[in-house]
Ligand binder design. Sequence first.
Ligand code: NDP
Length: 246
Amino acid sequence: MARIALVTGGMGGLGEAICARMAALGFDVATTHSPSNTRSQEWLADMERRGHRIHAYPCDVADYDSAQACIAQITADLGPVDVLVNNAGITRDTTFKKMDKSAWDAVIRTNLDSVFNMTKPLCDGMTERGWGRIINISSVNGQKGAFGQTNYSAAKAGMHGFTKALALEVARRGVTVNTISPGYIGTKMVMAIPQEVLDTKIIPQIPMARLGKPEEVAGLVAYLASDEAAFLTGANIAINGGQHMF
Ligand code: NDP
């Protein structure tokens, strides 16, 4: 029977590539989308045309009750989730001087609380069954900090601590927990940065002199989700074109 993978935020740039790769590998793939997302049917049809049958569920990952209800529905429809990819995320960039509480809360809730909300209802089942993969999509800016991103850098750095602590707790039960820290990947989140800033400030920081591709991150997710990666846990894997070596 196919293993079941749940990818949060699958209709975004990285999430879509991850869903496509996992489906191509034979996983039964579920994804979440924001309750306000109006293009989910269109997206599902497009994925189907590309040969990927994905199951989509509305869920506010920042909200504990919404996450519990969503996972209960996925489990009822498809069965227990074997691979969880915590990918949904947002930015609300501004300097700390200008940052208000709502920008702080939104980013911490969506990027970090969501990891608790989604992992909590799935982790015990994985340890009981003796196999599971939890993959958290963090960021290079959680490793090194970024100007205008105290909220985002704090949330993403929080994922690293979560990963290492949970990895210790479940290591003997066949469950691995890892973080991937992408650098700048050419998705909408990054393409929203003005081209001039990309050309003069961001690309010059990247030794490979280009943005990463979503498929390159998806390939790493696929490896971490595989049986081959059974001995790899508690790691934070950077994929950033050499921008930050740590
Ligand atoms: P996108 O903005 O393209 O996608 C983010 C996804 O998160 C969207 O699909 C959105 O869902 C979902 N989402 C946001 N808030 C919520 C919420 N409250 N509940 C449910 N879903 C939500 O971003 P990327 O694909 O670029 O980024 C994916 C992840 O990778 C993020 O965690 C990001 O921080 C991280 N990252 C990205 C980098 C990059 O260069 N692109 C670099 C480093 C890290 P919907 O579409 O349904 O609204």
